[in-house]
Write a protein that binds this ligand. Structure first.
Ligand SMILES: Nc1nc2c(ncn2[C@@H]2O[C@H](COP(=O)(O)OP(=O)(O)OP(=O)(O)O)[C@@H](O)[C@H]2O)c(=O)[nH]1
Ligand SMILES: [Mg+2]
Length: 431
């Protein structure tokens, strides 16, 4: 018997004490379970019902329950949503009671997985649900909701249609002799092939440009010891993520912290900086700094005084001088950002500049929002670009069918088990 025939339950709200908690139950035994835990004989679907939950005859809590009758529920199965008081003991007792009457704890994402298997949602929507739950910034949320509302599904359908039409034309050309066909069919096929390539390339470009939305941006914080690097990362993180002392060389390892600037995720890397090392620990720390400089979208070089020319080898950088609260005449030069991590002066301007310098090309929201989609589209592009339509056209038709199969992988239950695990890895229990 498939594990999907079990009746499952899970807390759908975050674990911990709260005013209200929601426990969801889904599967064939839902009605039987409802009767057992409420001692009621009937429940009307889609209506709220105030009932007492019981374990045998002992009262557990007074709760609101809603029954969604299959197939009109999120999972497509019978579903019971229990809105109980959010106390830890209450949640625990209800969970135990559900276990006693034959339900089992759901795996991460199992509710959504069942919705997918019961055709309540498609694969792209499933991924978008995961993305919307995991969205950390406004832009990531916008991207996820775009695909929940069908952006990618629409694009995929369009590509699918174009490939199918061209494949049909190719097969007609193979099956019929030249005399029976209108002229220029092959020319049209070639043109259409070019159009599909253009169409996919454009979306891949947008996807590439929007990488910062999906993955965020990396900002290195480097410079001499004691220039205020760690104090800065602490200030913008609003907590002490990195140790600060007046001893030069306090930071030896790299410390990261992510913040949201205008809807984008920026991960700052505080480092040991660049200096002569005195021991093995410092040597490793400085090696790490060099790696971070190379892999960052932008580096903030913290200056002590005017040692700008020491950093000629860093290409993508801006200069920062902290501790402006200690100076009377601050630098008026645009090329150095004067800040204070004590008063916060100059920091909004600096964050604004960091955003301007790194996030220029992210205005357009892509339809291809995941590595999986991008990889499939790249593969299709490779197939279509490699076609010559010379000699035996059977080869071209064969390749076109391969492209069509790939396209279907985006949104259909193609090789489903293979990709399900990858998608559901990011889900939480109860969703
Ligand atoms: N007045 C003032 N002092 C600051 C400011 N930022 C840092 N400091 C002080 O400068 C000293 C060094 O600060 P850190 O933030 O540890 O400097 P760092 O660049 O991380 O130093 P290392 O980790 O040793 O490379 C500490 O005593 C801080 O309190 C600031 O904006 N104003
Ligand atoms: Mg430091």
């Amino acid at each position: 018997m498939s594990k999907y025939s079990d009746t499952i339950y899970a807390l759908s709200t975050p674990p911990g004490k709260s005013a209200i908690a929601v426990i969801r139950v889904s599967g064939k035994k839902v009605l039987k379970i409802f009767k057992q835990i409420t001692k009621k004989s009937k429940i009307t679907p889609n209506k709220t019902n105030l009932v007492f939950l019981k374990n045998n005859d002992a009262l557990i809590d007074q709760v609101l329950v809603i029954y969604f009758k299959s197939p009109n529920s999120f999972t497509g199965e019978d579903v019971l949503e229990i809105n109980c008081h959010g106390g830890l003991a209450v949640i625990d007792k209800i969970n135990k009671t559900l276990e006693d009457v034959g339900a089992r704890l759901a795996e991460p994402g199992e509710f959504t997985k069942r919705a997918l298997l019961n055709n309540k949602i498609d694969l792209v929507k499933t991924e978008s649900i995961s993305d919307i739950i995991n969205a950390e910034t406004e832009k990531q949320r916008e991207l996820a909701i775009k695909n929940i509302s069908g952006g990618l599904s629409e694009f995929t359908r369009e590509i699918n249609k174009k490939i199918t039409t061209n494949l049909a034309n190719l097969e007609t050309l193979i099956d019929f002799s030249d005399e029976d066909l209108p002229k220029n069919v092959l020319k049209k096929i070639k043109e259409q092939n070019k159009n599909i390539i253009k169409y996919i390339s454009k979306e891949l470009k947008t996807a590439e440009a929007s990488k910062p939305i999906r993955e965020g941006l990396r900002i290195g914080i480097v410079g001499k010891p004691n220039t205020g690097k760690s104090s800065f990362i602490n200030y913008i993180s609003k907590k002490n993520v990195s140790i600060v002392t007046n001893i030069p060389g306090t930071t030896t390892d790299s410390v990261t912290s992510s913040i949201d600037i205008k809807g984008l995720k920026f991960t700052f890397h505080d480092t040991a900086g660049l200096r002569r090392h005195k021991n093995k620990i410092e040597e490793i720390g400085i090696k790490k700094t060099i790696e971070i400089i190379e892999n960052s979208d932008l580096n903030l070089v913290f200056l002590n005084s005017d040692e700008k020319n020491k950093y000629k080898h860093i290409s993508n950088k801006i200069f920062v001088r902290s501790k402006s609260d200690k100076r009377k005449n601050n630098n008026k030069k645009q090329s150095i950002y004067d800040i204070s991590s004590f008063t916060g002066a100059g920091i909004p301007r600096l964050l604004n500049e960091i955003h301007n310098k790194t996030a220029k090309k992210t205005e357009e929201m892509p339809v291809l929002s995941r590595e999986r989609h991008i990889k499939i589209m790249k593969n299709i592009l490779e197939i279509l670009s490699g076609l010559e339509f010379k000699g035996n056209l059977d080869i071209a038709a064969f390749e076109y069918r391969a492209a069509l199969n790939l396209c279907m992988e985006i949104n259909q239950k193609f090789d489903i088990e293979k990709i399900l695990d990858i998608i559901f890895r990011d889900f939480c229990i109860g969703k």
